[in-house]
Write a new protein. Structure first.
Length: 306
């Protein structure tokens, strides 16, 4: 897709890696490190029918269109049913950030039981972006449930965990400690009682923005964006950022990440999943570029952006 300012793969079409295999990186996020993009996501190409997920995959690219398979960098486990990564468990929405102080790559993800009652967040660490990642365990952040989540790293390295909590009714934003291995205990509650999930956070001109979906399982719904002067709030909702046909269903997708294009300040890519609940392996990727207008607005459109 030619957008006038960035070339992306065709939204909704099967996306293939450099070997011609379908890319398995659902609920994913992208890390730019050393001039290379690393895309992490759920590998749903399960060979055993009862397995939820094969693990977390990594793909790398220099241009966001040609993706090299770096393998399953955090596999699920088959020999220990008490393990968080046991193959019947839920492992969703993995995100990776780089800790400049420790030199570690930190993967943070939603860990759950098949009934989604375990509601925790898991941590894994690696010395290289493309793994392997060592899983260290999961927590309930500040004692609270954590389901759909993301991680946001600020310019100064301060990082935050953003997650649906309290039966998914309210989101929390919690500070990560400097080593990204625990939480500081400082957190805020946002969108109280609004049932938001699938958070994706980005920053522009000193303000923080968050796109979320509603809470309707695998079915799509209307997205919402919000703004704050601090990650710890207060957050002010701004309505639906999507415009055009099917905007009220987020073009039949659900948000997973917003990628800031570092060389093009003010330009971003909205990354979303078009889920196929009966065949999650074949869920599609919808990446739509958007730009801030001079008066600080965004419009996410299916059409190419000129
Ligand atoms: C919506 C979430 O955003 C997905 O990540 C997944 O947990 C589904 N719900 C499960 O129904």
């Amino acid at each position: 897709m030619s957008t006038g300012f960035i070339h992306l793969l065709e939204p909704g079409e099967p996306w293939l890696d450099s070997k011609g295999e379908m890319i398995q990186a659902h609920g994913g996020g992208v890390l730019l490190h050393g001039g290379r993009y690393y895309w992490f996501g759920e590998n749903r190409d399960v060979s055993r029918k009862e397995a939820k997920v094969l693990g977390v995959s990594c793909y790398s690219s220099t241009d966001l269109t040609h993706w090299q398979d770096e393998g399953v960098v955090l596999p699920t486990v088959y020999d220990n049913q008490d393990h968080d990564l046991y193959f019947t468990q839920v492992v969703e929405r993995p995100k990776v950030i780089y800790n400049h102080r420790s030199g570690e790559f930190v993967m943070i993800m939603h860990i759950d039981s098949p009934d989604y009652k375990y509601a925790r967040v898991g941590f894994a660490f690696s010395q290289a972006p493309d793994g392997p990642y060592q899983y260290v365990g999961s927590i309930r952040p500040n004692g609270a449930e954590s389901r759909d989540m993301t991680v946001f790293q600020d310019d100064d390295g301060k990082s935050y965990l953003i997650y649906s909590s309290e039966g998914n009714a309210t989101m929390h934003v919690a500070e990560l400690s400097d080593d990204y291995r625990s939480l500081t205990g400082v957190y805020c509650r946002i969108f109280e009682g609004q049932y938001r999930e699938a958070p994706a956070v980005f920053k522009y001109e000193s303000k923080y923005y968050m796109i979320t979906s509603g809470c309707t399982g695998w079915k799509s719904n209307e997205a919402q964006w919000a703004v704050a002067d601090s990650m710890l709030g207060p957050w002010r909702t701004l309505g639906n950022p999507c415009v055009g046909p099917d905007a009220e269903k987020t073009f039949y997708t659900q948000s997973t990440f917003v990628l800031a294009l570092e060389e093009r300040p003010g330009s971003f890519v909205f990354m979303a999943d078009r889920w196929k609940p009966d065949n999650l392996r074949d869920s599609r990727y919808i990446w739509l570029p958007f730009k801030f207008t001079e008066d600080g607005q965004i419009e996410i459109r299916w059409e190419t952006y000129e």
